[in-house]
Design a binder for this molecule. Structure first.
Ligand code: PLP
Length: 390
């Protein structure tokens, strides 16, 4: 047996369980419609909430930066790779999030690896929601701190864990919006517990910024807790439509990350064009809340009509629309039939969600027109009836 024999054995096992990931190729720009595996389909699965991924204002900002600054930053941020666009973006993100400062990183995933180990270490304790994103889980592991999971969105479970687990420094971390159900963390209650027990507070707002709060300022703004959370983590790849991650907080905290965060110290930052495009997205949001309003209108319209068709759209309090099917093979089959009819909406099953809770996750955007949504609804109606799930 070869040394890598385990790979073919394990791959066969994944295939048997229907868990092999099939990666489709998109051959057009991201938008309400796009070309997937050679077929034009309605896009109900991207995180491009506001349609920024192909926005002419962002593209022109990227083009300008490309001409002026070239394609690559040349070095890590701490040596010679911090260019004017990086600094400008950090200032605008801080302004947008109403914090003192921010640090721009390569991705939302990396932001969690950067921030959590800079705050806690082996003598410390992290309290982490059991459904937190993989990048938070990995950030916790990397820190070497003892990690205690509390029941999802359950502040009593959090408080019980805090009461019984001492540590040098203690930190609570949660997703703001949970991306599989679209439910949101009770940040106000978490803050109360954090104040009572003196916990460091970190929230990952990846699906909240550009969506929740005044003009899309995110979940902290939504709860009226501006300035109260120690660190807000975010991504530029979802509502902002580009790529990159960041952390926002006090000047002192952000400066600490610039001294200590390993992905900042040892990995090159993003290109000036990416950064300039993100900056343009922030500017558009600062000037108008029109896109955010349209996103919520579209989501309300879609959810309401899906429910009228007899679908269960779960507990979502955000534009994320889970279409609960239950059985994983039925859910995949519905997704396959929708695709054949020109609608791309991904089926999500175990292990991303619990067994028996398979669903189609429909992602609605501000860029969808009413006709687009009606097209999707009609196909959901037909495919759902044919399959007997509504
Ligand atoms: C998507 C997501 C990330 C990762 O963001 P990227 O910029 O794509 O790396 C991190 N945290 C949460 C909660 C997310 O939903």
């Amino acid at each position: 047996m070869s040394r890598l024999g385990f790979i073919s054995r394990e791959t066969a096992l994944l295939a048997e369980q229907g868990l092999l990931i099939n990666i489709r190729t998109v051959s057009s720009a991201q938008g309400p419609w796009f070309d997937v595996d050679g077929k034009r389909v309605l896009n109900l699965c991207s995180n491009n909430y506001l349609g920024f991924a192909n926005d002419p204002r962002l593209k022109s900002a990227a083009r300008e930066a490309l001409e002026r600054y070239g394609v690559g930053p040349g070095a890590v941020r701490t040596i010679a790779g911090t260019m004017t666009p990086h600094v400008d973006l950090e200032r605008s993100l801080a302004e947008f999030k109403e914090t003192e400062d921010s640090i721009f990183l390569q991705s939302g995933f990396v932001a969690n690896q950067a921030v959590i180990p800079a705050l806690v270490g082996p003598d410390d304790v992290i309290f982490s929601d059991e459904l937190n994103h993989a990048s938070i889980i990995d950030g916790c592991r990397l820190s070497g701190a003892r990690t205690v999971r509390y029941a999802h969105n359950d502040v009593c479970s959090l408080e019980d864990a805090v009461k019984t687990t001492p540590g040098r420094r203690r930190l609570v971390v949660t997703d703001g919006v949970f991306s599989m159900d679209g439910d949101i963390a009770p940040l106000d209650d978490i803050m109360t517990v954090a104040d009572r027990y003196d916990l460091i507070t970190v929230v990952d707002d990846a699906h909240g910024e550009g969506v929740l709060g005044r003009g899309g300022r995110g979940i902290v703004n939504h709860f009226g807790l501006t300035g109260r959370f120690d660190v807000e983590i975010g991504t530029l790849s979802k509502a902002f439509g580009v790529v990159g991650g960041y952390a926002a907080g006090s000047r002192e905290t952000i400066n600490w990350f610039k001294q200590k965060a390993r992905p900042f110290l040892f990995s090159t930052g993003l290109s000036p064009a990416d950064v300039a495009a993100s900056m343009a997205a922030v500017r558009v949001l600062q000037e108008s809340d029109e896109l955010v309003k349209r996103l919520w209108d579209n989501a309300a319209y879609f959810k309401e009509n899906m429910r009228a068709l007899g679908y269960d759209t779960g507990m979502s309090r955000t534009p994320i629309t889970p279409v609960m099917i239950g059985d994983a093979s039925k859910s995949s089959e519905l997704s396959r039939r929708l695709f054949a009819e020109g609608v791309f909406a991904q089926s999500i099953g175990y292990p991303t969600v619990a067994r028996g809770k398979a669903r189609i996750r429909a992602m609605i955007s501000a860029a969808h027109s009413r006709e687009d949504l009606d097209y999707g609804l009609e196909r959901f109606a037909k495919a759902g009836r044919d399959l007997g799930v509504i």
